[in-house]
Design a protein around this ligand. Structure first.
Ligand code: ZN
Length: 465
């Protein structure tokens, strides 16, 4: 069904407005948030700058104007209660094939070319964008960071970037520690997903789209499967009955003559088909993280002059999560969703990635599986992604951590300083289902002597969540 875009927009805005105010829509209440909207804007601005340096953006007007037009139409349909005057909405297209999109606090949105290529209608593209926009309007990124531990709150934008972007993106872009594990695990909760679906459905209807197209796009994404498919779904987990409640919401949002497929959409699809195929995100960003881009600098590589662990210990309490004792000459180095304890000379950074050669990183990672073994597998897979020289563990030992059941995995790695090192990872589960982990690292030739230190440090852990 081809129709003129301009004509449709006038028609539908008029028709959509009346029923949506008259009927009972689900009221979506933004979650508690300890950040200000201005902080959303600042974090989003910094994160977007990082994303633009890392990701291959399309400068092709045919494609960008199509996405921007949908974006502007959705922005015009934002309900008054969610309009933040500080926010600035931008819409950019990333030339990669994965079916994905993400939006940053305060407004910047990035839509993958793969998402447009997979969509069957304008409405499906609008559906994903309305969902992403709703995360921005409901300020889910900073709401999630507000729930975080003291190690996360108050960090600069780079540190919470992973939390905001979530999933694979966080890992590509974030400047976490070398073991920037949290980033790969932080996803929006199911409750936030449901909110973004409902709010997104309402905005779609107000903008003249059929909200059921959002559910259709989610089905399309699910069907794609394979390596490119599930990333969006893993960042935006299905609360369970997605299609059903979107359909229910759509009934209260009847849109007459919704925009489905415009001529412009057909032209964009044809145009994309004539271009060289989009690369994978991995191919496209392979060099971005390694070349350094000005953000690195910082502390530089560890000096290697490492003091032996003190025999006196100091206890650190993280208010809502854990207590731990470490040698008193180890420093506390807060990171993303984690804290590293390491001696002078044993930590530094390389291309913006924090690294440490001796010490323990302790943190938590959101996980949806609620199964310790699966969550640990995911953790180690994420660790391996950031550390190409990491061996696979031969298996897991059952251990007790902070009085709870836990797992231990022993691995070897080649550190970024080039030396062989041993790594022992411990995991357990927190009461909210997320994964607690401690990763101990020491050079292979010193591991024997560090072993007893690690035993004492790990043995001191109390989980107080
Ligand atoms: Zn989502």
């Amino acid at each position: 069904m081809n129709r003129s875009t301009a004509l449709t927009s006038l028609l539908c805005l008029t028709l959509a407005a009346a029923p949506s105010s008259a009927r009972a829509q689900t009221r979506v209440v933004p979650p508690a948030n300890s950040y200000t909207p201005a902080q959303d804007v600042e974090m989003g601005r910094q994160a977007a700058a990082e994303a633009r340096k890392t990701l291959p953006l399309m400068r092709d007007d045919n494609v960008t104007s199509f996405v921007q037009n949908i974006g502007q139409r959705l922005v015009a349909a934002i309900p008054p209660g969610l309009r933040h005057s500080e926010f600035q909405y931008t819409f950019e297209v990333v030339n990669v094939k994965e079916i994905n999109a993400f939006a940053l606090p305060g407004g910047p949105m990035f839509v993958n070319r793969g998402m447009i290529e997979a969509a069957h209608t304008d409405g499906e593209v609008a559906g994903v964008m309305a969902h992403e926009l709703s995360h921005v309007l409901l300020r889910h990124g900073t709401a999630q960071a507000s729930k975080a531990t003291k190690y996360e709150v108050g960090q600069v934008a780079g540190a919470v970037l992973g939390a905001i972007i979530g999933g694979g993106w966080g890992q590509v872009i974030s400047q976490g520690t070398q073991f920037g594990l949290g980033t790969a695990f932080l996803r929006f909760s199911r409750e936030y997903e449901r909110q973004a679906d409902i709010e997104g459905a309402q905005i779609m209807a107000q903008a003249g789209y059929d909200p059921t197209d959002m559910a259709n796009m989610f089905k399309t994404i699910q069907k794609q499967g394979g390596s490119g498919g599930p990333q969006w779904l893993s960042d935006h987990p299905d609360p369970g009955d997605r299609s059903a409640y979107i359909a229910r919401e759509a009934q209260s949002l009847r849109v007459v003559n919704p925009i489905r497929t415009t001529q412009e959409f057909g032209q964009v699809k044809t145009h994309l088909g004539q271009l060289a195929p989009a690369p994978s995100t991995e191919q496209a960003t392979k060099n971005a993280g390694r070349t350094g881009n000005g953000g690195a600098g910082g502390r530089g590589m560890p000096s290697g002059r490492v003091e032996a662990p003190s025999s006196s210990y100091q206890t650190y309490t993280e208010g809502r999560l854990f207590r731990i004792s470490v040698p008193s000459n180890w420093r506390e180095l807060p990171g993303t969703n984690a804290v590293t304890f390491a001696p002078e000379g044993a930590y530094g950074d390389s291309n913006g990635q924090g690294i440490f050669t001796h010490g323990v990183e302790v943190g938590s990672a959101r996980n949806e599986s609620h199964d310790l073994q699966t969550a640990t597998n995911e953790l180690l897979a994420s660790l391996a992604e950031a550390n190409p020289g990491l061996s696979r563990p031969s298996g897991y030992d059952r251990v007790t951590i902070g009085g709870r059941q836990g797992l231990r995995a022993v691995m070897t790695n080649t550190s970024s300083t080039g030396q062989p090192e041993n790594i022992v990872a411990f995991t357990s589960q927190l009461r909210d289902g997320s994964l607690f982990y401690a990763v101990a690292v020491a050079p292979r030739n010193e591991f024997q002597s560090y072993g007893r230190v690690f035993d004492r440090v790990i043995g001191s852990i109390q989980l107080i969540d």
